[in-house]
Ligand binder design. Structure first.
Ligand SMILES: [Zn+2]
Length: 255
């Protein structure tokens, strides 16, 4: 099987994750997801498709403040290319879909992860010693055998910031409704900070079904957008951020 086909299958199975149940319950950021069910009289475990959101012991996001400095971890090397992307409003965020043919990859040591999509939360989901950032961008990557690695980019919006051209390009096409899917030619690397020092821990998807086994790499240096750019994004989504979850003994590393 070519890696292209394997990748296409992987992406299809990823999409299936969010439609694994015939009618997944609608969810919002204002409720407990593990209690949600479409069954009229829910009794069995499968009646609660988001149970992992409540039962999981390795949930995301977390507070990264207790990170322990290490040198042993593999370096991160994102190699993203400029290409034609598709921007959607999925009802929870603005999400940029990367084509299955992409050559945009994240190398972690000798492993290569393909960039699948990126999306924006406001405010940030990860916090650092209690500090909440203005926003956070998640770059979701996968391997053909189903491993997931997400790179989190924290976003500051100080009064002194210069307009972020790349973020503005995204804002300019970000759809208000869930039926539009405008094209955007962009190089996602332009949304990364200049250094790739990171926090590393094992966590989960931060939206239902909150699946665990996700390797998180949150970059330590935030990028900047202007307060006006933040306000523009917030007219689309504000408060699409899950609260920090319990560490439950997990180690957070910093490199
Ligand atoms: Zn996210």
């Amino acid at each position: 099987m070519t890696s292209f086909i394997k990748n296409a299958i992987f992406i299809t199975s990823l999409l299936a994750t969010s439609t694994a149940f015939a009618a997944d319950p609608h969810w919002t950021y204002d409720e407990e997801w593990d209690n949600l069910s479409n069954a009229t009289a829910p009794t069995k475990a499968t009646d609660f498709p988001y149970a992992e959101c409540g039962l999981g012991q390795k949930q995301s996001p977390i507070d990264l403040g207790a990170a322990k400095a290490v040198t042993s971890t593999n370096a991160l090397k994102p190699t993203y290319k400029s290409e034609a992307l598709t921007v959607v409003n999925n009802g929870h965020s603005i999400k940029v879909n990367v084509p299955a043919t992409t050559k945009s990859v994240l190398s972690i040591g000798s492993e290569q992860y393909t960039l699948l999509q990126y999306h924006v939360h406001a405010p940030s989901e990860h916090v650092v010693g209690g500090k909440i950032y203005a926003a956070e961008i998640h770059f979701v990557h996968g391997t053909p055998d189903g491993k997931l690695a997400v790179v989190g980019v924290l976003v500051d919006a100080p009064a002194t910031a210069k307009a972020n051209v790349e973020f503005q390009n995204l804002l300019n096409v970000a759809p208000k409704n869930t039926t539009d899917a405008p094209a955007l030619t962009a190089n996602p690397a332009k949304l990364l900070p200049s250094t790739s020092k990171f926090y590393l821990y094992s966590g989960s998807l931060t939206t239902p079904p909150c699946t665990e086994g996700v390797n998180w790499y949150v970059l330590q240096k935030p990028i900047q957008i202007t307060p006006a750019q933040l306000t523009t994004f917030e007219t689309l989504y504000s408060g699409n951020a899950r609260a920090a979850q319990a560490l439950n003994g997990r180690q957070v590393l910093a490199k």
